[in-house]
Design a protein around this ligand. Structure first.
Ligand SMILES: Nc1ncnc2c1ncn2[C@@H]1O[C@H](COP(=O)(O)OP(=O)(O)O)[C@@H](O)[C@H]1O
Ligand SMILES: N[C@@H](CCOP(=O)(O)O)C(=O)O
Length: 323
């Protein structure tokens, strides 16, 4: 459950009155999610998501995230659209924190993604990358290569509480990644957290993307690596080459991958596995036991990392065999 900040009825009523959204009908905390507090709000003018920004969101990044959703939405990507208040502002305050209202998207996220979902996801990711071109604001990836070691340093003395060999594994892998990380790849705005729970479907049709709060400027192919890890492994952490191939084919049909981008996917996938292994490990060790949030298991990302370490070359992922 991700409701960190409770709001009083008076504060909520005052907040909603500052928008031209009619009368407040209901407001319910949303159980899903990890990072921010979300409420589903109904007014006489429709359904909206009220987000109160929590610990990991730096307030100076909020204009980037909210502006990006406006930019993408204006270019045909179905994503939440920030709502402006009577004074034209998208960013407000509630319960002493930064807060915004965005439009509600219909759809459900796929709990067990199928090959067809991966194909549609690949297309949507590429469309988002193309639509992101020309976005005026910039944000470096705070959880990119340069951010990994400082994050590891924050929990490394306790890493063995998760797995005895975790400290050595991360330390060796960071040295490898720092020495081999590719430069010069095509750059753009990436989502950086496009997991199944951030992609909605109505039936087999992809109906929208949400949760742009890790979006940043980085290598476009790194975003594919994040999604390969999140969508193409089975619950037992075995890689599903058919799903991987569908994701890549969907992507490539909209935005052609360069030869170099294809060839470096294995190392980008190792980096993407490292990024989520680090944040999950940090959260595993630091989330209070009574917090109303479901911690994500770091071990799933140890398994993904070990898989990519064993594969090394794009030719060994089994994409060709499923042709
Ligand atoms: N615009 C939206 N439309 C519909 N549901 C949404 C929207 N934004 C968030 N949600 C709901 O809130 C949940 C958590 O949102 P998310 O942005 O992933 O939170 P967090 O950033 O805290 O992880 C989602 O799984 C979804 O159920
Ligand atoms: N996707 C991350 C956690 C962030 O959660 P989200 O609800 O913001 O997508 C992970 O799985 O580690």
């Amino acid at each position: 459950m991700a409701v960190y900040t409770e709001i009083s009825d008076e504060d909520l009523a005052r907040f909603i009155r500052s928008y031209d959204l009619g009368s407040l009908l209901s407001c319910k905390g949303i159980a899903e999610g990890v990072e921010n507090t979300n409420y589903l709000v109904h007014t006489t003018k429709g359904a909206f998501i009220l987000t109160i920004y929590e610990k990991r969101v730096d307030p100076k990044d909020l204009p980037f995230f909210l502006g990006l959703m406006e930019h993408l939405s204006a270019r045909g990507v179905t994503c939440p659209l920030p709502v402006r208040d009577a004074k034209g502002r998208v960013l407000n305050e509630l319960a002493g924190r930064h807060a915004a209202l965005v439009t509600f998207l219909e759809g459900m996220w796929p709990k067990r993604p199928k090959v067809e979902h991966c194909l549609e996801l690949g297309k949507a990711l590429a469309r988002m990358h193309v639509a992101g071109e020309g976005f005026a604001l910039h944000r470096p990836n705070a959880l990119g290569l340069l951010g990994w070691r400082p994050l590891f340093d924050k929990f490394s003395p306790r890493a063995e509480e998760i797995l005895p060999e975790l400290k050595q594994l991360i330390s060796d892998e960071l040295s490898f990644l720092e020495a081999s990380w590719p430069n010069g790849l095509p750059q753009g705005v990436i989502h950086a957290d496009l997991f199944p729970d951030n992609v909605f479907f109505i039936g087999d049709r992809l109906s929208g993307l949400i949760d742009f709060y890790f979006a940043c400027d980085d290598a476009l192919a790194y975003d594919i690596a994040v999604s390969l890890n999140a969508w193409c492994f089975e619950p037992n952490c075995h890689f599903n080459a058919t799903k991987g191939r569908a994701l890549l084919e969907g992507y490539d049909g909209v935005r052609k991958l360069t030869e170099t981008e294809r060839n470096v996917l294995p190392i980008l996938a190792r980096g993407a596995a490292m990024r989520f292994l680090l944040t999950r490990s940090y959260d595993w060790l630091n989330t209070p036991k009574d917090a109303l949030v479901a911690r994500k298991d770091p071990i799933d990302y140890v398994r993904r990392l070990r898989f990519h370490q064993s594969v090394q070359s794009i030719d060994n992922y089994g994409f060709e065999q499923v042709r």
